[in-house]
Design a protein. Structure first.
Length: 500
């Protein structure tokens, strides 16, 4: 009889059981382990716990008699109950901690990773061929496009350009509360959701676990069928409008034209290949413009793949990077996603979305939540952990490069070429959040001063020696010399918890 194959809770699609090319035996029995210790160790968003358990239990129901589904205290206990000391296989896990654990078990054979377009060996070859300082994300993205024939016309990129990012940075249309696009796919809750919610309630009442955030109606797919329906809905109804306002923010429309596919992708319910191929097919049929399709494909075949590869390439020590020496603790209102404790409209609105849904799109994550943390000098490891725990699509491999490298610039530029932060003018230009705010993006001092505007200048001053050597930051740093009120700005905004 074939060795059993162990499925982790983010390996739930059919491609994780496909035989051949490093997959398990076609007749392999399946083991799944629901380990409560995962939720006991850290305070996750309640909606995230709900989604993961709902997805795992649905996958087990689909597999029927083929699966042994164990609800245990720990993975070790669950594996012992499922197979004893028998041999098992498992696909490459998605975190360093999980990899350490499975490597420590003599009975476990680790198979190659699935759920990504590029193998680790191929990436290692690409990096080795280029040298340590010559593997920008844009170069990697073009390499992936060529290698997989994505949006290519022969040897050239479709439309004659590799990147349509310049066309995807429009400010939101003024006076519009919501984009005029069809709504995203919303799953229907069922008995599985009821069971999961009942169990989570019981665990909380018993004091066994604690959560943060609200567990409202489930918004994200928890099965292969739901994930396929969500992909189909996005490509048919929302992809055509995705690109133009990709970087914009509307307070009453947090989803806008975004796909909401990151959660099912990171659960393994969708394979990235099917997502990018569906988007390209829509363009070739004339059903979606090239700027939208290229922007969507870049998010998956470019950024998602790049983040996965850098997580493993940089290794475990990368998460401790802290070039800026930021050590301030996260304040309680941020840790608990207490949006009601915040006065600034942009941060209150975005934090409220996280509290209520466990999700917000990439620009609020980077330019509001992440930018505020960077300006305040919060500990980047704590910020990374917060993003991991509070976002439904957050996993270690996702958040370590995204937060340590991009959002908090804690690696000093190994991943990105500059810190991603701004004054209030950027938020005002790219959103409708400033008009009704008590603070004014043009002011940096006084009771109505925008915390992002004052915080931006305080951040530049604090790290002037480092940043003025960065060609992409030179002009911004030189702006400090034109501030006649810099001392007063530093007095108001210089401390980590000066606001709110």
């Amino acid at each position: 009889m074939a060795n059993a194959h162990w499925l982790f809770g983010d390996q739930l699609g059919p491609h994780f059981l496909a035989p051949g090319d490093g997959g398990p035996h076609r007749d392999a029995p399946v083991v799944m382990i629901e380990a409560r210790s995962v939720f006991r160790r850290r305070t996750f968003h309640r909606a995230k716990a709900h989604l993961i358990l709902s997805a795992m239990r649905r996958r087990a129901a689909e597999l029927g008699d083929r699966v042994t589904y164990v609800r245990a205290d720990t993975y070790r206990d669950g594996l012992d109950r499922a197979v004893g000391k028998a041999k098992v296989t498992v696909h490459h896990p998605t975190s360093h901690a999980a990899m350490r654990f499975v490597r420590s078990l003599d009975q476990v054979t680790v198979l190659p990773a699935r759920g990504f377009l590029v193998t680790r060996d191929a990436f290692g070859t690409w990096v080795g061929d280029r040298g340590e300082r010559h593997w920008r994300q844009e170069d990697f993205y073009r390499w992936v496009r060529r290698g997989h024939g994505l949006l290519m016309d022969g040897a050239e990129p479709a439309g004659g350009r590799w990147n349509f990012d310049h066309d995807n940075r429009a400010s939101p249309p003024r006076g519009v509360r919501e984009l005029d696009v069809p709504p995203p796919y919303h799953p229907r809750e069922d008995a599985v959701d009821d069971e999961v919610r009942h169990d989570l309630d019981a665990w909380e009442r018993a004091g066994d676990v604690a959560f943060v955030g609200r567990d409202g109606p489930r918004l994200f797919p928890a099965s292969r069928r739901e994930a396929r329906a969500a992909l189909k809905r996005f490509v048919a109804d929302r992809l055509p409008n995705f690109g133009t306002y990709e970087d914009a923010i509307l307070s009453a429309d947090p989803v806008m034209s975004h796909s909401l596919l990151s959660a099912p992708l990171n659960l393994g319910l969708l394979d990235p290949a099917e997502c990018v191929e569906a988007a390209e097919a829509a363009w070739r049929r004339g059903d979606a413009p090239l700027n939208s399709v290229e922007g969507f494909i870049r998010q998956i075949a470019g950024w998602r793949e790049y983040v996965w590869q850098l997580y493993w390439h940089f290794g475990e020590r990368y998460r401790a990077s802290n070039v800026l020496a930021h050590t301030a603790p996260l304040p309680r209102w941020f840790r608990e996603a207490d949006a009601d404790a915040v006065e600034a409209n942009c941060l209150r609105s975005v934090l409220g979305q996280v509290r209520d849904t466990g999700w917000t799109h990439h620009i609020p994550r980077l330019m509001i939540l992440g930018s505020h943390a960077l300006q305040r000098g919060w500990d980047p490891a704590a910020v990374t952990d917060w993003f991991h725990r509070l976002f439904v699509d957050g996993y270690d491999w996702v958040m370590v490069p995204n937060v340590v490298g991009m959002s908090q610039y804690a690696d000093g530029g190994r991943m990105t070429t500059k810190p991603y932060t701004s004054g209030g003018a950027y938020v005002h230009r790219m959103s409708d959040l400033c008009g009704s705010c008590a603070f004014r993006p043009t002011e940096r001092l006084g009771p109505h001063a925008c915390p992002f505007t004052g915080g931006y200048w305080a951040f530049l001053h604090r790290h002037r020696e480092l940043l003025e050597r960065n060609p992409r930051m030179t002009r911004a740093v030189q702006g400090l010399d034109r501030l006649t009120d810099l001392d007063a700005v530093l007095d108001q905004w210089g401390s980590a918890n000066a606001w709110p």
